[in-house]
Each structure stands twice: as structure tokens, then as C-alpha cells.
Design a protein around this ligand. Structure first.
Ligand SMILES: [Zn+2]
Length: 335
């Protein structure tokens, strides 16, 4: 508890301390504030505590990781993700409710590789009570990233074969929580990994059906490097790896020129990422007398809503593959 309280204080230290720094006589106010905060942190969170049924409680940062925990953990664990559909993990800040959830949890599972840029400090502080699920992916398998806060590209879920390592990591974490269920976790993890490898083969075949000269994926932020490497499609992002990176007029001009030179039929927006960048590219192409279509919306850093087909990893992945294939092959089909 104290650990979380301190983490919370550190996290919000700028806001907390700055108003009081020069007025020590308001120590009392500060105390009142701290007590209020304690109440806030320890107050009952009805939706979570009401569900407390004795099963281990797992908190994940992204809903992509939640999908793995749900699949491997089944009914043996309770899981929530801090970030829902369309939430951008690069700029996400924890809310008081998130802190309560992390405090109540048995473990916090996060992507790591600096995906959760603004949560990194808190996650590190949690020590053994948190775990990066990309930990077992060997560094040689990662895409290096230089223009970024981290050293490697964090978007590993777009290579379904790499995501199997995450399944293993989650399986290990859950087995530590519930050793009695070890064989059941292993069984479910194996099934999930087989499904991921089927998705991997499916994506390879589908992307191959796009004529080679058109096999190029243009999006706003550079989330698809692993996808491009795994499925043999060239990938260009207007912004850098993180949505926190700004794009400039030169980036737009460069992209417009590329689209015209290569006669690229479609470019894509992403859920949770501003459409402004992609819209300015489309306008730029049109201003020069050429056409490029909006190919559709891809899920980049989160899945769709619970209960929809895209609310699972497999559904999200298939949606992306089909959207890309359709948009880049459309004009070639006989009308
Ligand atoms: Zn991203």
C-alpha cells in the first residue's frame, strides 16, 4: 500500500509540490491533501472490489495483453486492462482508479520496451509486483529503434509469431500466482500459440496476394515495422515510433512524393491516433493533381471493444490484414 502511495506521490510530484513549495505555512493544507489522497487510493472501488472472489487479480496495461491473460488464465484469474479500445499507450497517464487497481492486483503485466512511456517510472517502481511480457523475446528478434525513448520498437504484437513469446511470459507469470493450475495454463497457452502460428501463415499468404509494386503500407505512426518484416510488405510511417513524435511539413512532402512516384492507391489511419497527419498527406497528393484513397482504419496500439470481433487479438489482426489487402488490391480487380 505504502509503496503505491509513494509511487502515486512521485508520479504527481510536480503538481503536488509546486503550489506548496514557497508557502510552508500551508503545511496543514498539504496534510489535508495527502489524507484526501489516501482516501482516494484506499476508497472502495465498487466495480473491482465487488468482483473480488478470491481469484488472483491481474492488471494489464494494454487490452492486447489482457487478451493473452484471458485466454491462458481462463476462469482461474480475474483480469482488467488499464487502457481500453482506441487508447494511445505512448502518451497514457495513470488515473487514480488505475492506481487503485494496481494496488489491489497480484501482478501488473505490461508490454515494456518503453511502449508505456509515461508509466515506465511507476512500473519500474513496482519491482516484483510487475512484469514486462516482452522479457523472453531475445534482443536479436527485436527491431532496433533510434529515434525513440527506448532502444527497440515496442510494437511486437504485429508479428503473430513473436506474440507467442508473450504468451509464454504470461503463462509463467500466472503459474507463479497459481502453481496448482500449471498444466492447465500450459495447455491453454499451447492452443493459443498454435492459433497465433496459424494467423502468422494466413497473414503471409494474404499479404503475398498484393502485387509486389503495391505492397506498401503507409500509416501515421510507425507501428507496423514488425508486421512489414514478418509479412514482406514495405512500411512507412509519417510520425516516428511514438505518437508523441511530431510530424513536419517535410515529412508530409516526402510522403506525397513517394505516393505519386510509386502510384500507391491507398494509405491508412489508425485507431487512437489523430487522423490529421494522414489527411494532410491525402490533401497534398490531391493538390498535385493525383489521387490516393483512405484505405480504412487499422488497429495499431489497442484492439477493438469487448464483444466485437475486433475485441480479440485474432479478430483485430484479421481485420488489419483484410483491410490492407482489400485497399491495396481493389483497383486491380475486374469491375
Ligand atoms: Zn504505437
Amino acid at each position: 500500500m505504502i509503496q503505491f502511495f509513494l509511487a502515486f506521490l512521485m508520479y504527481h510530484k510536480d503538481h503536488l509540490i509546486s503550489p506548496f513549495r514557497f508557502i510552508p505555512r500551508l503545511l496543514f493544507s498539504r496534510l489535508v491533501f495527502a489524507i484526501a489522497l489516501l482516501f482516494l487510493l484506499h476508497g472502495c472501488d465498487e466495480d473491482d472490489s465487488a468482483a473480488d472472489d478470491g481469484r488472483p487479480f491481474v492488471v494489464t496495461t494494454t487490452n492486447l495483453i489482457r487478451d493473452v491473460v484471458e485466454t491462458v488464465g481462463g476462469d482461474d484469474v480475474r483480469v482488467v486492462s488499464l487502457m481500453g479500445p482506441g487508447v494511445d499507450p505512448h502518451v497514457y497517464r495513470a488515473t487514480p482508479r488505475d492506481f487503485r487497481r494496481m494496488e489491489q492486483s497480484d501482478i501488473v503485466l505490461y508490454n515494456g520496451l518503453f511502449l508505456e512511456g509515461r508509466l515506465s517510472e511507476i512500473l519500474d517502481r513496482l519491482g516484483d509486483e510487475s512484469r514486462a511480457v516482452t522479457g523472453s523475446i531475445t534482443r536479436e528478434k527485436l527491431v532496433e529503434a533510434t529515434d525513440y525513448g527506448g532502444t527497440y520498437d515496442p510494437h511486437v504484437w504485429f508479428d503473430a509469431s513473436l506474440w507467442t513469446y508473450v504468451v509464454t511470459d504470461v503463462q509463467e507469470a500466472l503459474t507463479k500466482l497459481l502453481p496448482d493450475r500449471k498444466s492447465e495454463f500450459a495447455r491453454r497457452a499451447d492452443i493459443y500459440k498454435m492459433e497465433l502460428m496459424e494467423l502468422h501463415e494466413y497473414a503471409k499468404q494474404r499479404i503475398q496476394s498484393i502485387p509486389e509494386e503495391r505492397r506498401i503500407l503507409i500509416t501515421a505512426h510507425d507501428a507496423f515495422q514488425y508486421f512489414g518484416r514478418a509479412y514482406d510488405i514495405e512500411v512507412r510511417g509519417l510520425q516516428g515510433l511514438s505518437t508523441a513524435t511530431e510530424f513536419g511539413i517535410q515529412d508530409v512532402t516526402r510522403m506525397v512524393t513517394l505516393i505519386i512516384e510509386r502510384n500507391i492507391p491507398a494509405i491508412f489511419i489508425e485507431t487512437g491516433v489523430s487522423t490529421r497527419a494522414i489527411e494532410s498527406v491525402i490533401t497534398g497528393v490531391r493538390d498535385r493533381g493525383f489521387q490516393v484513397r483512405l484505405g480504412g482504419s487499422l488497429f495499431s496500439d489497442s484492439m477493438g471493444a469487448l464483444g466485437t470481433p475486433e475485441g480479440t487479438y485474432a479478430g483485430m489482426f484479421r481485420h488489419n490484414v483484410e483491410t490492407i489487402v482489400q485497399a491495396l488490391t481493389e483497383e486491380l480487380q475486374p469491375s
